[in-house]
Design a protein around this ligand. Structure first.
Ligand SMILES: [Zn+2]
Ligand SMILES: [Zn+2]
Length: 260
């Protein structure tokens, strides 16, 4: 896996099970060239996100570890930030306080419903309608200009909830906005180990990403050491098979391209 990056890694500061340093050592063993931490940053008071008083600790720790491991691996500071409709200004202010290399924008909430944790409201709408509601939020997130990367774009399928009818038009419309907004899509391999047993987004959507020339980054959504770089061989095969030859990297929110 020489030259590969993994930009979606959680630590104990949010809902990960290992420390930054344990995750770094696992990434070195895995042979990754570069990793980025992306602990949850959320304006709602949820137990799976970093406590805001810990944000300076996170910044300090990563800075220290960046230097300590600089001869072995490149380390970036990212964040997985929740898009919450109507709270764009507060989200912008929070992001501005952090010296981030990149920001992953994710949708985990429909209103107050934390749908990737809480299964209670599935069935309230038709699945087609649920997909429309969810992708409308992804489109709004993409248009805010707050984010660099769209996180696990079709995570609404997590619990094997699929639309009743073909939604390829909705996916295409969303990808057109992502392209217009000059954003990156992550190929998140974590979905493979969730009930949906598929990468997020799906191979079909990744093919459409290439059609729209949307840059991608490869991520594992690791919450423990053994998940770092998971399923990257098959993810690389997928990316190559649809035509990708490059992955995106970030430094201080400026994008560059690396061939893989
Ligand atoms: Zn997420
Ligand atoms: Zn995550």
């Amino acid at each position: 896996m020489i030259g590969l990056t993994d930009y979606h890694i959680h630590s104990v500061l949010s809902d990960g099970k290992n420390t930054h340093e344990e995750m770094i050592q696992a990434a070195i063993e895995k042979g990754l060239a570069e990793i980025g931490f992306s602990d949850h940053v959320c304006l709602k008071p949820v137990e799976w996100a970093i406590n805001h008083v810990d944000l300076p600790v996170m910044v300090q720790q990563i800075q220290h570890l960046k230097e300590k491991y600089q001869d072995q691996i490149t380390i970036k500071l990212g964040a997985e930030v929740d898009y919450l409709e109507g709270m764009e200004d507060e989200i912008a202010k929070l992001i501005d306080t952090l010296p981030l290399d990149y920001v992953i924008g994710s949708v985990h909430f429909i209103g107050d419903w934390n749908f990737d944790v809480d299964k209670s409201l599935y069935g309230k709408w038709s699945n087609d309608r649920l997909y429309e509601i969810y992708f409308d939020l992804i489109q709004k997130a993409a248009r805010t200009g707050l984010f660099d990367i769209i996180g696990h774009m079709d995570i609404i399928k997590k619990f094997r909830v699929y639309p009743e009818s073909n939604q390829s038009q909705l996916f295409d419309e969303t990808l057109e906005i992502i392209k217009d907004q000059n954003l990156v899509v992550e190929l998140n391999t974590g979905g493979f180990d969730r009930p949906c047993a598929e990468f997020t987004p799906s191979p079909a959507i990744i093919e459409r990403c290439f059609h729209y020339k949307i840059p991608v980054t490869l991520t594992s959504d690791a919450h423990r050491t053994e998940q770092i770089g998971r399923h990257f061989d098959s993810a690389v095969n997928l990316l190559k098979s649809v035509g990708y030859q490059e992955l995106v990297r970030f430094n201080k929110r400026v994008r560059s391209i690396a061939t893989f």
